[in-house]
Design a binder for this molecule. Structure first.
Ligand code: 8YV
Length: 321
């Protein structure tokens, strides 16, 4: 029997994915799910043909250059790629694959969870009950705002942005967007294109950040841009924490410039800016965008499909470099 390819699986993945990896490869698992630093990844990858990693492992150029020669492919269990230096991977001849499409709907769902929770003051209501502080219904208790008939600005109209727009139509929102390039009409579906982010911000009563983290989007939502939003706007982020200047956002949430925010991602996560913990008008989640069993299974199977193709000498379906 031919020997199976050796694959380092850096994190504990859903059972069905682990079972497939164990059947297809000589898989080095991490059952304890400890987070590996660069030195551990490098030592555990000795003798491996590929690595199935998550965005929790970082692959800058200096780590990639120390990976054993035997490692031919890096299949990341994520759609985001900011943890991998793609130029350096390309220069080293390393194949990199990701998991597009399968987390689109789960992430768009979380965007809506955040929009609704922020608009309808879900955190304050929840806390009232958990702390046994509810004295009963009152006509002016925890009044929020409607989503319906409001303008939703979407920054980044890729797969996830468009899935957010689909949901927003069901809520009768007016959809505006900014994207690096304008979408064709069949993808726009009536959404109003803004050539500049500033023009989008000026109309966004709700703003959903759905753009990847790049040098251009770093701290996109800063003081100057928040100032452009209508007073009382609501901002949600399911993309990457790096898009937001935390100090500026907190200042605006305290002053009332922004009514509320919903955040699933944070700069420097899992160590979030402590200021968020004491703000009543922010609804926060621990990066749950893709956290459904269906999605995580599909992400894992995509990683395996990509690795199977590499080992069969074929082009992997989700090759990035
Ligand atoms: C992933 C994500 O679950 O895929 C992405 O880019 O942001 C997440 O939802 C996470 O990054 C796991 O690697």
């Amino acid at each position: 029997m031919a020997t199976k390819p050796v694959v380092l699986v850096t994190r504990k993945l859903p059972e069905a994915v682990m079972a497939r990896a164990a059947a297809s490869y000589d898989a080095r698992m991490n059952e304890a799910d400890t987070q590996f630093g660069p030195d551990q990844v490098i030592s555990k990858a000795q003798g491996c043909d590929a690595i199935l990693c998550c965005s929790t492992e970082k692959f800058p150029a200096q780590v990639l250059s120390r990976l054993p020669e035997s490692v031919r492919a890096l299949a990341t269990f994520s759609v985001g790629l900011e943890h991998i230096d793609l130029e350096a991977a390309k220069a080293r001849g390393l194949i990199v694959t990701n998991t597009p499409d399968v987390l689109t709907d789960s992430t768009a769902d979380i965007t809506f969870l955040l929009l609704l929770a922020a608009a309808r003051r879900a955190y304050e209501g929840e806390r009232m009950l958990r702390q046994d502080a509810w004295d009963g219904w009152a006509p002016t208790q925890l009044l929020g705002v409607h989503l319906g008939a409001k303008r939703l600005g979407i920054l980044g109209m890729g797969r996830i942005g468009r899935a957010v727009a689909r949901r927003a139509r069901g809520f009768d929102m007016e959809i505006h967007y900014h994207n690096r390039s304008r979408l064709p009409a069949q993808l726009e579906q009536g959404a109003i294109y803004h050539e500049t982010p500033d023009s989008l911000l000026k109309v966004s009563q709700f703003l959903a950040l759905n753009a990847p983290a790049t040098p251009e989007t770093e701290h996109f939502l800063n003081r100057a841009r928040i100032a452009l939003l209508p007073d009382g706007a609501i901002v949600v982020n399911t993309a990457r924490g790096a898009l937001v200047d935390d100090e500026a956002l907190q200042e605006a949430l305290k002053s009332g410039k922004l009514a509320a925010a919903g955040l699933d991602v944070f700069e420097g996560e899992p160590r979030i800016h402590g200021g968020y913990r004491s703000l009543d008008n922010v609804f926060i989640l621990p990066h749950l965008g893709s956290a459904t069993l269906e999605t995580r299974n599909a992400m894992g199977f995509k990683c395996c499909d990509n690795l199977d193709a590499v080992f069969a000498g074929q082009e992997p379906p989700d090759r990035v470099v």
